[in-house]
Design a protein around this ligand. Sequence first.
Ligand code: C5P
Length: 224
Amino acid sequence: MTVALVPAAGRGERLGSAGPKAMVFLHGLPLVAHAVRGLLAAGCVRHVVVAAPSSHQAEMIAALSAFDRVSVVPGGADRTASVRLALHAALEHVPDARIVLVHDAARAFTPPALVRSVTEAVAAGAPAVIPVLPVTDTVKRVDGAGVVLDTPDRTHLRAVQTPQGFDVDVLRRAYEAASGTVATDDAGLVERIGVPVHTVPGDVAAMKITTPFDLAVAEAVFAP
Ligand code: C5P
């Protein structure tokens, strides 16, 4: 049994919107509704819990009212706190869940096939699974003044997407060990407890909508 968590309680400042990024509309629906629709369309997700900003609970509940098997909880002070709260709520809804997916609302057009591929890899025995793409740009590490320190070998770099999939006990342990740390990525917390994180091929359609440019690209590419 698989549950999915969508931490969507951020303010979305980089997108320049007045409200939360997850509530930015594209083709008639907010990003969070597109993301939830993709998760449920995969056919393997039993329940989705969305962590919403406490200031926008009612708005997000209304935006997701068309979907069964979705609940909305108030998010926490940071992403890690929001995931922790959503995980707790998800396991109350589906106590026998064995697999947990954590998915960015901003990856609104993630293909259902990618959701299935991550879930299947966890079901096949991997404790943690992330979708990745090769990095096409050369990447530099820089110091505080912007001066280049070095150039990591690109062949070993991957850009990470979501949904990230976990055995429920592994994610729980990672979050217990993470008290006080704020992670940008759930797999990062799993790495810290020494559990191997596996990869599956990502999909360009799972792009993260972060900037107004990304929003314009998504609007053009994912036109209904
Ligand atoms: O701000 P950033 O893009 O790093 O946020 C990553 C994700 O975490 C976003 O989907 C955001 O909505 C979510 N988040 C959250 N609770 C917070 C802050 C961010 O769920 N308190």
